[in-house]
Design a protein around this ligand. Structure first.
Ligand SMILES: Cc1cc2nc3c(=O)[nH]c(=O)nc-3n(C[C@H](O)[C@H](O)[C@H](O)COP(=O)(O)O)c2cc1C
Length: 236
C-alpha cells in the first residue's frame, strides 16, 4: 500500500503469519515520480523518493526485512512507464519478487499509461517478458479485475504467456463489497501460474471463500491496517 507498507510496517505485521511481504508501491521513473508528487499534493499517501535515491532506498528496506525475518520472501510493487528501471531494480540481490503494478487507479498514474492502464497496452506481454528475461528474481503482475473494457481472463493468459511467476489479482467487482470469487475460479481453472487472490480477506468466512476458488495464495491489505482480522493467518 503506497505510503504505508515500508519495512518498519512490514516488520511489525510479518509475525502475524505472512510468508511474503510486499513493499511499495514505488514509482521508479521520472513520469511516475512526478505523478506521485501530484497525488501527494492532493493529500493522498504515497512514497516520495527522487530518482537518485529510490533504488538504494528499496535495497535498504529489503535488507531491513531480511535481517529481521530471513525466511520471508520480500516483494516490491513498482510502477514505471518503461521496463528499464524495473530491470535495474532486479539487481538487488536480496529481493525475491518484483511486482509490476497494473492495478493503481489514481488519475495521475492513469494519465501516463501506468497502473491499471497498463492492461490496455498492446505491448503488455512484451513489457512483462522483458522484465522476466532480464531479472534473476521472480516476477509477479498485480492486476485489478473487472476493469471496464478489459477481459480479465484474456489479460491473465497474456501474463502467463509472458512468463510471469505470479498473477496477483485484486478481484474487485464494482458495486459489490466482496471479491469476485466466480472470476477467480475461472482464472484458476484457466492458467497454470501461481494465482494470488486479493480483496476482502477480512474474516474467516471470506478467507474460506477465497481459498475455495483454487488460488495458490491470498493477500491482505486493508484489514492489516485496521488490525481487525478475526483469524490466525499462520494456520493457513
Ligand atoms: C491506502 C491504500 C494504498 C494502496 N496502495 C497500493 C499500491 O501501491 N499498490 C498496489 O498494488 N495496491 C495498492 N493498494 C491496494 C491493496 O493492495 C489491495 O489490492 C486492495 O486494498 C484490496 O485488498 P483488501 O481488500 O485486502 O484491502 C492500496 C490500497 C489502499 C487501501
Amino acid at each position: 500500500m503506497a505510503g504505508i507498507t515500508n519495512a518498519e510496517f512490514l516488520n511489525k505485521v510479518i509475525p502475524y503469519g505472512f510468508n511474503v511481504a510486499t513493499l511499495g508501491g514505488y514509482s521508479l521513473d521520472a513520469p511516475t515520480i512526478e505523478a506521485s508528487k501530484k497525488i501527494i499534493n492532493r493529500g493522498r499517501k504515497e512514497f516520495d523518493f527522487p530518482l537518485e535515491k529510490i533504488f538504494s532506498h528499496i535495497e535498504n528496506e529489503v535488507a531491513s526485512i531480511k535481517s529481521n525475518h530471513k525466511d520471508v520472501k520480500v516483494s516490491a510493487n513498482v510502477r514505471s512507464t518503461t521496463v528499464q528501471p524495473i530491470i535495474e531494480l532486479g539487481k538487488i540481490k536480496e529481493l525475491d519478487i518484483i511486482e509490476i503494478n497494473c492495478h493503481c487507479r489514481q488519475d495521475e498514474i492513469l494519465a501516463i499509461g501506468c497502473g491499471q492502464e497498463m492492461l490496455k497496452r498492446p505491448d503488455l506481454g512484451d513489457y512483462i517478458s522483458k522484465v522476466v528475461d532480464n531479472v534473476d528474481c521472480d516476477v509477479s503482475v498485480k492486476i485489478r479485475a473487472n476493469v471496464e473494457g478489459i477481459d480479465t481472463l484474456m489479460v491473465s493468459e497474456i501474463i502467463e504467456n509472458a512468463g510471469a511467476d505470479y498473477l496477483h489479482i485484486d478481484a474487485m467487482k464494482k458495486g459489490v463489497f466482496d471479491a469476485d470469487y466466480d472470476l477467480l475460479k475461472n482464472i484458476c481453472n484457466d492458467v497454470n501460474i501461481k494465482v494470488i487472490g486479493n480483496n476482502s480477506v477480512n474474516s474467516l468466512e471470506n478467507l474460506k471463500k477465497m481459498i475455495d476458488t483454487g488460488v495458490d495464495g491470498f493477500s491482505i491489505a486493508r484489514s492489516i491496517i485496521s488490525g481487525n482480522l478475526d483469524f490466525n493467518i499462520a494456520n493457513f
